[in-house]
Design a protein around this ligand. Structure first.
Ligand code: DLZ
Length: 158
């Protein structure tokens, strides 16, 4: 989680493996696309910073965060990927809908990680408001997309 003590884009560059022979799938939700587009930019930029070739980054969109589980499951069926990243943003509204979507995605991705051979990295922002989402998608607390890219490379190596 991003806190005053942890900036999402801060990491030790030298501890990240070389990604020049790796291939990644990214599933990104269209809901709150100003935020998810910024998460995607961060993830792609960081993968490339560590040597991943643009043609080895495969991006697919889904309508909303709830569909990220299906999208990730389809991608994990492709042996060519070393890791899959999901990117979404759920912002709390006036009803309990937020809780159901967040729980559904979280359990779904956890289940995929326990049952498939390809690691799935959890890039879901779950925020109380739009400002908190902006702060974590390239704003004052960094970019969750950067963090997910670094984690995807590390897990691919694992
Ligand atoms: C319906 C809905 C709502 C209210 N809010 C969000 C949101 O903040 N972020 C998001 O990614 N998706 C939202 N959705 C859409 C659901 O994730 C899903 O796409 C629909 O319920 C259709 O399955």
């Amino acid at each position: 989680m991003a806190t005053a003590l942890h900036h999402l884009s801060d990491y030790d560059f030298d501890k990240v493996p070389d990604a020049s022979n790796m291939c990644f799938g990214i599933v990104v939700a269209e809901w709150n696309k100003e935020i998810t587009g910024a998460l995607l930019d961060g993830a792609v930029r960081t993968l490339q910073k560590h040597g991943c070739l643009p043609e080895n980054i495969h991006v697919k969109t889904v309508p909303g965060s709830f569909e990220l589980v299906y999208g990730a499951q389809q991608m994990t069926k492709n042996d060519g990927f070393d890791a899959v990243i999901i990117l979404g943003c759920v912002i709390k509204g006036e009803t309990p809908h937020f809780d159901y979507i967040c729980q559904g995605v979280t359990y779904g991705i956890a289940r995929l990680n326990a049952s498939q051979n390809i690691p799935v990295i959890y890039g879901l922002l779950t925020t109380n408001d739009f400002q908190q989402a902006q702060d974590r998608s390239g704003g004052k607390l960094g970019n969750k997309g950067d963090e997910c890219a670094v984690d995807a490379i590390k897990m691919a190596k694992f």
